[in-house]
Ligand binder design. Sequence first.
Ligand SMILES: Cc1cc2nc3c(=O)[nH]c(=O)nc-3n(C[C@H](O)[C@H](O)[C@H](O)COP(=O)(O)O)c2cc1C
Length: 198
Amino acid sequence: MTGILELFAKRHSFYDINDKISLKNSELEALIKKCMELYPSSFNTQSARLMLLYNQKHHYFWSLVEDKLLKTAPKDKTEDIKKRIASFAKGYGTILFFDDSNIVKELEKKMPLYADNFKNWSHQGNAILQFMIWSALSDKNIGASMQHYNPLVDDCVMTAFNVPKNWEFVAQMPFGGIESQPQPHSFNDIDGKILIEQ
Ligand SMILES: Cc1cc2nc3c(=O)[nH]c(=O)nc-3n(C[C@H](O)[C@H](O)[C@H](O)COP(=O)(O)O)c2cc1C
């Protein structure tokens, strides 16, 4: 395997991360900006928005998530929750992913024929951006995972981080140096999943 397939194979969900990465913040930000520039979006709307959290803001974010989870989850899950959240907070930073809902609303009005699709397409574009950043980080030996504590944490995060009201919170990506490789996961048989006709 070479080239882009090698990179795809290198990307994983890395949960055992630390706070040391090989890039300077300026290099990391340049990499993320490049992905933001290059990702495809429906009608080229470029509706994805990001927030990059370092240091105290990164820790503050995960403390908010932990508080919310501990208030809502059964008591016997307390230790598991604390352990999982601590594993994300141990990383170097977190990227928050949003969609600009104003853009979606404008398109729904402008092209009623496709109105039902725009929100979904916006999420799909966002997911492609997530994958590009996830892969670009892997390429630099930075481990990341995708987390979705939505909608549980949405209100408190929007307020705590002064997120514009039209930014819809869709996902969060804790990242950091790779402390250990994840266990390999199984792959389902590809047979029957791709139909080839000629
Ligand atoms: C749309 C999507 C949502 C996901 N949500 C979560 C999540 O909330 N928490 C998590 O730990 N992993 C999440 N994952 C990661 C998957 O569990 C993981 O990609 C899958 O098990 C394959 O493992 P790999 O990433 O190491 O290849 C998500 C992945 C995708 C594509």
